[in-house]
Design a protein around this ligand. Structure first.
Ligand SMILES: Cc1cc2nc3c(=O)[nH]c(=O)nc-3n(C[C@H](O)[C@H](O)[C@H](O)COP(=O)(O)OP(=O)(O)OC[C@H]3O[C@@H](n4cnc5c(N)ncnc54)[C@H](O)[C@@H]3O)c2cc1C
Length: 369
């Protein structure tokens, strides 16, 4: 016997859960998640930062559209999901082209002298700073509160989340998708593919043309705060050439080698050599050596060829909706993308501009490889 519903969502990360929650007032929604808990993959492993200037023009529009909800997450949490952090961008002589390109398309960034950068992060090596700029408005996101808040909202509106439900087959007959999982068989006229690093695999299972999504590994470590420093108020500080970034994290310091190694989708872990090389690059920029790594992890950042999310109905299959390719922006853009997904699925007008919606479209030229 199969369970019938209006909309099936494959994937219980932030993308699937937030979209399901936005739809649940108007439709019967069921989320199918392979793992025993939601948020086990990318959504539980992020750096939890909101950077308005991060990403291309489409992403920046989504960042701006997400900001009001993150500050006032009505129906999801009764207080802001954001708290002050700042993002300090640093360039060596070698990174000047990337630094200039980043600042070119950005808004509200303030250039700082090396001395001013040091006042914010005293462990920086002054002679390694050719240029610096800060986005004061970058903020930490309480990502767990956002994910759990959306899940609560979904359940409250009568939606359900089925865990331990790894989708094994997807087929369409008589206007209905049938999805088989170890937790049972489910049917619905509309299917949302929010399977993160596995989104292309899910499309293939359903006989839908894949979008050319590439899961890239991104690693991170936690180290003790540098001795003698209260790092609580330090901004996230990052190399403009994507060599590393670091930020305070619950009294410790998180450092990422900013790696982007293509991988097959899986429960990804940090590679020792990638971490060692990344920490070495970080150490060239600071005056304090790293003596101990307390914890390391990795996750997937899954990108389409044009590094823009893939959101909208598939052009080659009826009732198949893409919500994938969020790359390194999936937490901060979840409010806008989930709203867009709900608007498109329910046939409502979206407040996002036509050019943004077209840039996200699964039918766009960049995905027709
Ligand atoms: C180290 C790191 C730092 C990051 N920092 C930031 C940041 O600071 N800010 C930001 O905005 N973003 C950041 N990101 C990116 C962000 O985490 C992702 O964009 C976001 O989590 C993607 O969410 P998702 O729901 O698409 O994917 P996921 O959270 O991976 O969810 C997809 C889910 O689909 C499920 N699934 C897959 N296949 C099946 C199947 N066949 N059947 C059932 N379920 C299935 C998986 O089990 C998984 O739970 C970072 C990522 C990493 C790895």
């Amino acid at each position: 016997m199969s369970t019938g519903t209006d909309i099936l969502v494959i994937g219980g990360g932030i993308a699937g859960i937030s979209a399901a929650a936005r739809l649940a007032a108007d439709a019967q929604v069921t989320v199918l998640e392979a793992e025993p808990v939601i948020g086990h993959h990318s959504s539980g492993r992020s750096a939890a930062i909101f950077i308005r200037n991060y990403g291309n023009a489409t992403l920046r529009a989504l960042n701006a559209a997400s900001a009001p909800f993150l500050a006032q997450p009505e129906g999801v949490s009764d207080s802001s999901l954001l708290s002050p952090r700042g993002e300090l961008l640093l360039a060596t002589d070698e990174d000047m082209a990337q630094f200039d390109a980043y600042l070119d398309g950005s808004e509200g960034m303030e250039r700082l002298s090396a001395q001013q950068a040091l006042e914010l992060v005293p462990i920086l090596r002054e002679d390694a700073i050719a240029a610096a700029a800060i986005e004061w408005d970058a903020q930490d996101i309480d990502v767990d509160r956002m994910l759990q808040g959306f899940a609560r909202k979904l359940r409250h509106l009568g939606g359900s989340i089925v865990t331990g439900a790894a989708v094994q087959s997807v087929s369409r007959r008589n206007g209905l998708w049938t999805v088989v999982t170890p937790a049972g068989e489910f049917t619905a006229p509309l299917l949302i593919n929010a399977a993160g690093g596995w989104a292309d695999a899910v499309a293939k299972m359903a006989g839908v043309r894949p979008s050319g999504l590439a899961p890239l590994r991104r690693s991170a470590v936690l180290i003790p705060a540098p001795e003698g420093h209260d790092i609580t108020r330090w901004p996230l500080f990052a190399n403009a050439g994507d060599q590393w970034y670091a930020k305070p994290e619950a009294g410790k310091m998180m450092i990422s080698p900013a790696d982007e190694d293509p991988i097959e989708p899986h429960d990804v872990w940090a590679d020792d050599m990638v971490i060692a090389e990344g920490l070495h690059r970080f150490e060239q920029a600071v005056t304090t050596p790293i003596t101990r790594v307390e914890h390391s992890w990795a996750g997937m950042r899954t990108f389409a060829p044009d590094r823009t999310p893939v959101v909208g109905f598939a052009s080659d299959a009826e009732g198949f909706f893409w919500l994938a390719g969020q790359g390194g922006y999936g937490m901060q853009t979840a409010p806008a993308l989930s709203q867009l997904a709900a608007d498109l699925c329910l046939g409502r007008l979206s407040p996002l501009g036509k050019s943004v919606i077209e840039a996200l479209s699964p039918g766009r030229a960049a995905l027709n490889f």
